[in-house]
Design a protein around this ligand. Structure first.
Ligand code: PLP
Length: 401
């Protein structure tokens, strides 16, 4: 394949070569267990301490011991919610949004079914913005925890987490945010924040897979999900994933160093792609809150065709992205995020997410702008919905045009 173009960085990123270099010694010479009382352990222990400082700096956290390393963003999300139900005496309600990652949504659905927990799922408007009135109404003396993401993985829409945290606190609830897509992409200063817990994941910021962390603000009580040894101050048992933690530290250092420049450079690439696609291809539009969005994410809906088919043809041209639909039980269902936004069915089916990283270039955008129009045209020629579009357009277009 000549020069593949990777625009699926919200699914995962390439581990930065500098991150790999930083990790390698901890598979070979420095293989010790950080808890051991000898030089092998001590060497690893001090490298872990450095890595923790690097991640603390990216988060702007006040204390490095507010970071609890875990296996993934998923484990961090699960742990935060389960902990709150145990520490918040007399409170058994959860408030979350309809557009969360399955790491939150499937856990709260499970708790609702098995523990009789009441879950308030707050909706979003057509641009993906949270219904603030419904949010305020859902909070109350029974709310144990709010879990609402910092930025959405499919549309990039950013939620007003500080405001949400403040309102949660007024109701006496804890506030957790899934910041897996936000960490490393936008600045953070948790020392000045009301956020109690925050989830992140290494592989979404050019770090390794299989390492994540939960930030737990000092003073917030925490009950571990995984029990055993005393690692992570007793908050997450299991021998530390030293290469993973050290790789995540390096990834955090690189993200912080690049952030100021990359935020604007990547947003410019994204905007050029979006505008170019909309100019070249009719019956297409951008979903999500374009005024409040991650710099790297574009979600473009191409009406009357299937996202899976688009991806297949893009893949033939060496372009990787992802679609807003997932093949569940044989039928192509639009994603829960686009459905929550009420994106018309025929458009949600043809939604493609392009997600950039600091490794993308202008040449990538040129390639995609050249490849997409013939792909869309070809698929529309075969689409019965496209042939009938004149009847449907008036009904489908207005709120998105
Ligand atoms: C990827 C992702 C996760 C899961 O992180 P893993 O480390 O892959 O488990 C959770 N939330 C969001 C928003 C994500 O994008």
């Amino acid at each position: 394949m000549t020069n593949p173009v990777y625009l699926d960085n919200n699914a995962t990123t390439r581990t930065d070569p500098e991150v790999v270099q930083a990790m390698l010694p901890f598979f070979t010479e420095q293989f010790g267990n950080a808890s051991s009382m000898h030089a092998f352990g001590a060497e690893v222990g001090s490298a872990l301490a450095t890595a923790r400082k690097q991640l603390q700096a990216l988060l702007g956290a006040a204390f490095d011991h507010e970071i609890v390393y875990m296996s993934s963003g998923t484990e961090a999300d699960n742990s935060a919610i389960l902990s709150a139900l145990e520490t918040q005496a007399g409170r058994d309600e959860i408030v979350t949004s309809a557009v969360e990652h399955p790491a939150v949504l499937s856990m709260v659905a499970h708790l609702e079914k098995t523990r009789g927990v009441t879950v308030h799922v707050i909706g979003v408007d057509a641009r993906g913005r949270l219904d603030m009135d419904a949010y305020a109404k859902a909070l109350g003396p029974k709310t144990a925890i709010v879990s609402i993401m910092w930025a959405n993985n499919e549309t990039g829409t950013i939620f007003p987490v500080e405001r949400l945290a403040h309102l949660a606190h007024e109701a006496g609830a804890l506030f957790h945010t899934d910041a897996v897509q936000a960490v490393g992409k936008i600045p953070m200063n948790l020392a000045e924040s009301e956020i109690d817990m925050l989830s992140l994941s290494g592989h979404k910021l050019h770090g390794p897979k299989g390492i994540g962390a939960l930030y737990v603000r000092k003073g917030v009580r925490f009950r571990p999900l995984v029990r055993g040894g005393h690692q992570e101050r007793g908050r997450r048992a299991g021998t530390e994933n030293a290469p993973g933690i050290i790789g995540l530290g390096k990834a955090a250092e690189l993200a912080l160093a690049h952030m100021a420049d990359e935020q604007t450079r990547v947003a410019a690439l994204r905007d050029r792609l979006e505008q170019g696609l909309l100019q070249r291809i009719g019956n297409s539009f951008v979903t999500g809150d374009t005024e409040n969005r991650l710099p790297n994410t574009a979600n473009v809906a191409f009406e009357y065709i299937e996202g899976e088919a688009i991806l297949l043809l893009m893949n033939r041209d060496g372009i990787a992205a992802s679609s807003g639909s997932a093949c569940t039980s044989g039928s192509l269902e639009p994603s829960h995020v686009l459905r929550a936004m009420n994106v018309p069915y025929t458009a949600a089916h043809g939604a493609i997410r392009f997600s950039f990283s600091r490794e993308n270039s202008d040449a990538d955008v040129d390639r995609v702008l050249e490849a997409m129009p013939p792909i869309i045209e070809r698929l529309r020629e075969m689409s019965p919905f496209w042939r009938e579009r004149d009847v449907r357009t008036a009904e489908f277009k207005p709120s998105y045009a």
